[in-house]
Each structure stands twice: as structure tokens, then as C-alpha cells.
Design a protein around this ligand. Structure first.
Ligand code: 2HA
Ligand code: ZN
Length: 276
């Protein structure tokens, strides 16, 4: 069977990048079994031939209406599929979907009828908002980063401002490369609309990454590699915090003055950039 990636080097590079990130999630121990999911808006790579491709699934309901996603196309990890398998075979462990004219339903168009992730409504609501606000963000990742999830078991860190301050203060890079960290959502049932809504609320508050209490992190970014990098630097800070605690002390962290200096010198954004 012919793959949609054949003779489409730009789309193939994009899918390769998703597979590369899936491999990192597995290697880091953040993606046990079928844990985590990835969706990427690939509409920019869609040509007339792709637009004409027939559906290979019945019409499926998203569960909500997302007016900015009309005729958009997404690569979605498959529900129940393993990240470590996706890393090697992205088109067998995920699929490309087309959002239909009603903005409330979709069909799978390639390569195989693999049903998208259980967190699809959460992911697509984020994409809808990111388009509505004029950003060029295309990727959403959900994963289970060990040290960040461990921190979310402490009520002290269920405060977005407090956990963000502590993580930023562990190493200058985290402040520089995750300047829009880290919103917190109190525990909700996985895959629930309540979890999707609460996550969107935090993204609306200009947090790029959102910690789900006792579960994981969901992060949005311009592409899948940049979204991964944000989670990676945040979790690095969580790991440094944990190492200091293991050595028997509460780390001081950089001073507020040192952090303000970095924010000013690097002119770090406080809100998500929009397209010019
Ligand atoms: O897709 O991680 O939260 C598996 C999950 C759901
Ligand atoms: Zn999860």
C-alpha cells in the first residue's frame, strides 16, 4: 500500500520528527506501555491530492465543536499504541485525520484506520485555541515525566506560581527555555472533558506546559521538538530539586533578583508570541 508520505519529503520530515520525540519519551521512562500522546497540526503540508483522499474510517464525533479546525489535518498517536512502537513505525501507530465541515467530526484518511488518542478532545481544544489566538503553535504532547509527577504529589507544588518559581530557580536554562512554564491542574479523571477544560484554562493563562496532578504534563509548542524541549528542561529542574533533597537539604535556588536579571537580559516573553 502507498503511504501518504511517499514523494512528500516535507511531510515525511515532520513525521520523522514526531517519531524521534516518541523515542525520547520512551527512553526517558516517561511513556510506559501506551502512556502519553502526541498530536501535530500538519495542515501546512496538505496538497490537493491529500484533500481529495477518501476517508478510510466512518465519520467520528470529536465530542465538541471547534470552529477554527474546519478542514484542518492532524497527525495523531493511536489510542492504546506504544510510544516505543510509534518511534519506529509512526504510520502504523498513529494516523492522519481530517476535520470535517461541521467542525465537530472527523475521518481518518491515512495510512491505516488507527483510532486517535483517547485525549483527542483535550488536544484538539488546545489546537483550536492556539489557532484562534494567532500563534504558530502546531504541536501538543502529553507524557508522564517522573520527577514532575512526583512533585505533584506535594500540595505545596499544586500552586502554579510556586512550582514555576522553584523550577526556574534550579538552573538558569529552565527560566530561559521554559519562560511560559508551568500551570497546574488538580486531579481529574484521565481523558475526561473536565481535564480537557482545565488544561485549556491554563493554556489560556499563557502557560505552555500544564502539570496534571498525580498524572503527567501536557505541553504545546511551535513544533513537536520544541514542545518536548520545554518538558525536558522543566523535568531537569525537578530532577535537580530531587537530587538536592536526596542529599539531605532543601535547595536555596537562584535568588529572585538573579531570575529577574535573566528575564531582562534575555528579554524573555511573558505571553505566547503571535504571528506578525
Ligand atoms: O494515552 O497517557 O492520559 C494514554 C494517557 C492518557
Ligand atoms: Zn497520561
Amino acid at each position: 500500500m502507498k503511504s501518504i508520505l511517499e514523494n512528500r519529503p516535507a511531510l515525511e520530515r515532520e513525521i520523522d520528527q514526531i517519531a524521534e520525540v516518541a523515542g525520547y519519551l520512551w527512553q526517558k521512562g516517561w511513556a510506559e506501555r501506551n502512556g502519553g500522546n502526541i498530536t501535530v497540526n500538519i495542515t501546512e503540508f496538505v496538497d490537493d491530492e491529500i484533500k481529495a483522499l477518501p476517508a478510510i474510517s466512518e465519520v467520528k464525533q470529536i465530542g465538541c465543536t471547534l470552529p477554527n479546525l474546519k478542514n484542518c489535518y492532524f497527525y495523531c498517536k493511536g489510542t492504546g499504541k506504544r510510544m516505543r512502537d510509534l518511534a519506529r513505525w509512526p504510520m502504523e501507530n498513529g494516523s492522519i485525520i481530517r476535520i470535517l465541515d461541521d467542525c465537530a467530526s472527523y475521518v481518518i484518511i491515512a495510512d491505516n484506520p488507527v483510532n486517535p488518542t483517547s485525549e483527542l478532545p483535550a488536544h484538539l481544544s488546545l489546537h483550536d485555541y492556539l489557532i484562534a489566538t494567532g500563534t504558530d503553535y502546531k504541536a501538543a504532547i502529553h507524557t508522564h515525566p517522573i520527577e514532575l509527577v512526583a512533585m505533584s504529589h506535594n500540595p505545596r507544588f499544586l500552586d502554579s506560581k510556586e512550582i514555576t518559581r522553584v523550577l526556574w530557580s534550579m538552573i538558569p536554562e529552565t527560566l530561559a527555555f521554559a519562560p511560559l512554564a508551568l500551570g497546574v491542574v488538580p486531579y481529574e479523571m484521565p481523558s475526561s472533558i473536565a481535564l480537557a477544560d482545565a488544561t485549556l484554562e491554563q493554556v489560556k493563562n499563557n502557560y505552555d506546559a500544564v502539570l496534571w496532578e498525580k498524572h503527567g504534563v501536557t505541553c504545546v509548542g511551535p513544533d513537536v521538538m520544541q514542545a518536548f524541549d520545554v518538558i525536558d528542561v522543566l523535568n531537569k529542574s525537578a530532577n535537580i530539586y530531587m537530587c538536592a533533597k536526596n542529599m539531605g537539604f532543601e535547595p536555596d535556588g537562584m535568588t529572585d533578583a538573579a531570575m529577574t536579571e535573566i528575564q531582562e537580559v534575555f528579554n524573555l516573553p511573558k505571553v505566547r508570541p503571535t504571528k506578525k
